[in-house]
Design a binder for this molecule. Structure first.
Ligand SMILES: Cc1cc2nc3c(=O)[nH]c(=O)nc-3n(C[C@H](O)[C@H](O)[C@H](O)COP(=O)(O)O)c2cc1C
Length: 277
């Protein structure tokens, strides 16, 4: 049976209704147990192309026309980590500010992004865009532009402690020490159209996912907060980054091989939780 949006393999379909129940837009109809799933009238307009119908079907009977089954691999359950492993990873991950003088292979950078693209996005819009600086000299140039921006905003900063922090970074830079991008060999930037409803959350979640996978791959990362602010307010930096017009930088991350291994998990504050039993 060929629908405009999906195809049902009638030999495989058991008419269990899982696809219809799972669909977030509720556009798959299974009238009764003797019929096959069909598309609701005008259902195409509500489909967010999330592929849950394909992902949930245990019989391989459901194909979305945008998603050939060959491009939707089966989950390798034996590869999924135990909860204890994920917990340890989440607690052991650190911000890395000391990097080895070694570049990360292009294939590995590609692997990081290809994995992070599976992070959730609002309405499955998948509008996160990436800029990857592969050349350490370019990262250094951007760090110098963050310093240019810091020198410009220094007289405008109202908070004395922020002024002190910024002055320290500028003085260090003048002495040959990079406290902005920490001499990282690479920088990964996420950006999206500024006015999309979930653009910021989508970008931050994607970069957070990348950070965790990078850690598991033996890499170190550190969020580049100053660069993120500067990218959205200092035009020469936005241009050097190649941010498209109307786009905003929602996060940036230094990346490279860490100089040191950490042996302990530092203490964190007790969470501020309102329990509502
Ligand atoms: C949004 C954000 C921006 C950050 N910006 C910077 C930065 O510009 N420079 C830096 O050295 N660390 C930066 N950090 C790292 C934090 O200082 C770090 O996460 C915090 O001290 C906790 O350390 P941990 O990540 O090792 O647990 C940033 C972290 C976040 C989440």
């Amino acid at each position: 049976m060929n629908m405009s949006l999906f195809t049902i393999d009638q030999k495989k379909c058991r008419r269990d209704g899982m696809c219809a129940k799972e669909c977030p837009a509720q556009i798959i109809v299974l009238a009764d147990k003797d019929t096959f799933p069909t598309l609701m009238e005008n259902g195409e307009e509500s489909c967010i192309n999330c592929g849950h119908c394909v992902a949930v079907c245990p019989h391989g009977a459901f194909t979305l026309n945008t998603m050939p089954l060959a491009e939707c691999p089966g989950i390798q359950h034996n590869l999924l980590p135990e909860a204890a492993q994920i917990r340890e990873l989440l607690m052991a991950r650190r911000s890395i500010r000391l990097y080895k003088n070694r570049i990360v292979a292009h294939d590995l950078l590609e692997d990081l992004i290809n994995t992070a693209r599976y992070a959730p996005t609002g309405s499955n819009k998948q509008q996160v865009q990436w800029i990857v600086l592969e050349n350490p000299a370019d990262v250094n140039l951007l760090a110098s532009m963050v310093i240019d921006w810091a020198r410009l905003i220094l007289p405008l900063m109202p908070d004395e402690s922020m002024v002190m922090k910024m002055k320290r970074r500028i003085t260090a830079w003048d002495e040959g020490i990079d406290l902005m991008l920490r001499g990282a060999p690479h920088l990964i930037v996420v950006h999206s159209q500024a006015d999309l409803p979930s653009a910021e959350a989508d970008c931050v979640i994607a970069l957070s996912s990348l950070e965790l996978y990078a850690y598991a791959k033996g890499l170190g990362t550190c969020w580049a907060g100053y660069l993120t602010v500067a990218a959205n307010s200092h035009e020469p930096l936005a241009q050097a980054l190649g941010l498209p017009k109307g786009h905003k930088c929602f996060g940036a991350m230094m990346l490279g091989y860490p100089q040191y291994k950490y042996t302990r998990i530092p203490k964190r504050n007790t969470p501020l939780v309102t329990w509502r039993p």
